[in-house]
Design a protein around this ligand. Structure first.
Ligand SMILES: [Zn+2]
Length: 344
C-alpha cells in the first residue's frame, strides 16, 4: 500500500525543536544568555533590520514573516541597487544562522526513538513530505539504520552526500538507490541543502555538515565557507566568489522558486499524492498564506480516487478542520503520536 506522511513543525516538536512562533523568542533568549560576544552580533543584526524595516519590531514577528519580508525586499532591490542587495543578503544569512542554532542540537535518543516507533507503526516503504528544514527524519533514519533518499531532478539520491568543500575536495557522483524505505521530499528546503547563487546548482551535504553561512563570519558561526566547484564558477573568481548558501524557503506566498530542485519536490509530491492509499498529516498546520503548498493539497479528493484513509494527527482541532476544508475530505482525527501508536 502506498503511504504518505506529511509533516510540519509539530512533528519536530517531539524532539523539542521550536514551533514557528517560538523561534524568535528562543533566539532572543539565546542571544541574551550568550557571552558578551553575542552583543555585537545582536547589535549589528538589529541595526541592519531597522535600516530596511524601521517600523517593524524584529522581536515581535514570527520567523516566517521575517524571512519572507527580507526575501521579498531582495527581489525588489536586486536590479536597482546592488550594494543594498548585498546588505540584505547579509541580514538574511544572519537571521538564518540564528534560526539554525534553534534547530541544530542533536535530539535525545529517547525522543528519536518515539519518532522511530511512530514511523514503524505507519509502516515502510513511506514517502515523507516535509515542510521542516531541520534534519529530524534523517537523524531517525541514521540512528535506526532505515534506508532513505532525497529526490533531486526527479532522481533518487542516496543518503551518501556530495562532498563539496573548497576546490580540492569534491565529488560529483550521485548514488542511485532503487527502493529506499523512506523517500524524503523537503518542500521548504533544508539546512544541509546548499545552492550556488551564480549557477543555481544544488548540493546535498551530510547532516553533520549542515548550517554554513558565507556572509556570517562573526560569532558563533565564523569558519567554513563553501564554494561552488562548477568550472565556470571557479574561473570567474574575479567577479565575486560563488559561495554556497543553505536552501531555505520561507512558508509565504512568494518564494525562492528559481531552483529546479524545489519544483521537483513539488512535482514529486503531487505524483505521490495522486497514488497514495493512505495519507497521514502530522503536526502540519497548512497555513493559508503558503499558497503553493495549500494548492498541492487543494481538493485532494478529486486528484486521488484510490485513497482509503486520511488521518490528521495534531493536538489542535482547528488544524484538523483547516486540512479537511482544503482537501475536501473528512479525515480521521487523532490527537497525538501516542494515540496513533495505540490505535488500530
Ligand atoms: Zn556555481
Amino acid at each position: 500500500m502506498e503511504k504518505i506522511l506529511v509533516i510540519g513543525a509539530g512533528f519536530s516538536k517531539n524532539v523539542n525543536y521550536p514551533l514557528e512562533k517560538e523561534v524568535i523568542p528562543l533566539i532572543e533568549k539565546k542571544l541574551d544568555s550568550a557571552a558578551k560576544i553575542a552583543e555585537k552580533f545582536k547589535e549589528d543584526l538589529i541595526h541592519l533590520w531597522n535600516d530596511f524595516f524601521p517600523h517593524l519590531d524584529f522581536w515581535k514577528l514570527p520567523i516566517e514573516e521575517i524571512l519572507s519580508r527580507v526575501e521579498l525586499e531582495m527581489k525588489y532591490i536586486y536590479a536597482r541597487d546592488r550594494k543594498r542587495y548585498f546588505e540584505l543578503t547579509d541580514l538574511y544569512e544572519m537571521i538564518l544562522a540564528l534560526f539554525w542554532i534553534t534547530i541544530s542540537a542533536k535530539p535525545t535518543k529517547e525522543s528519536l526513538e518515539t519518532l522511530y516507533n511512530f514511523l514503524k507503526s505507519v509502516g515502510f516503504p513511506l514517502v515523507v513530505i516535509s515542510f521542516n528544514q531541520d534534519m529530524v527524519v534523517e537523524r531517525v533514519c541514521e540512528e535506526n539504520k532505515i534506508s532513505w533518499s532525497y529526490i533531486d531532478n526527479l532522481r533518487l539520491v542516496k543518503q551518501k552526500p556530495y562532498l563539496y568543500f573548497i576546490k580540492t575536495r569534491y565529488n560529483f557522483q550521485s548514488y542511485q538507490l532503487e527502493h529506499p524505505e523512506i523517500k524524503l521530499l523537503k518542500l521548504h528546503g533544508s539546512f544541509n541543502w546548499f545552492y550556488c547563487w551564480r549557477c543555481l546548482k544544488m548540493r546535498f551535504f551530510s547532516i553533520q555538515d549542515a548550517g554554513h553561512f558565507p556572509s556570517v563570519t562573526q560569532w558563533p558561526f565564523g569558519g567554513r565557507i563553501l564554494l561552488c566547484a562548477e568550472p565556470k564558477c571557479l574561473t570567474k573568481a574575479a567577479v565575486g566568489q560563488a559561495n554556497l548558501m543553505p536552501l531555505i524557503i520561507a512558508p509565504s506566498a512568494l518564494k525562492q522558486y528559481d531552483l529546479p530542485t524545489i519544483y521537483d519536490q513539488f512535482l514529486m509530491s503531487r505524483e505521490n499524492l495522486r497514488n497514495a492509499e493512505e495519507i497521514i498529516f502530522c503536526g502540519y498546520s497548512m497555513r493559508e498564506e503558503d499558497s503553493l503548498s495549500v494548492n498541492l493539497f487543494y481538493k485532494l479528493s478529486t486528484l486521488n480516487k484510490k485513497v482509503k484513509n486520511i488521518i490528521v494527527i495534531d493536538p489542535n482541532k482547528q488544524v484538523y478542520r483547516r486540512i479537511a476544508n482544503v482537501i475536501q475530505f473528512r479525515p480521521q482525527y487523532i490527537n497525538s503520536l501516542h494515540d496513533f501508536n495505540n490505535h488500530d
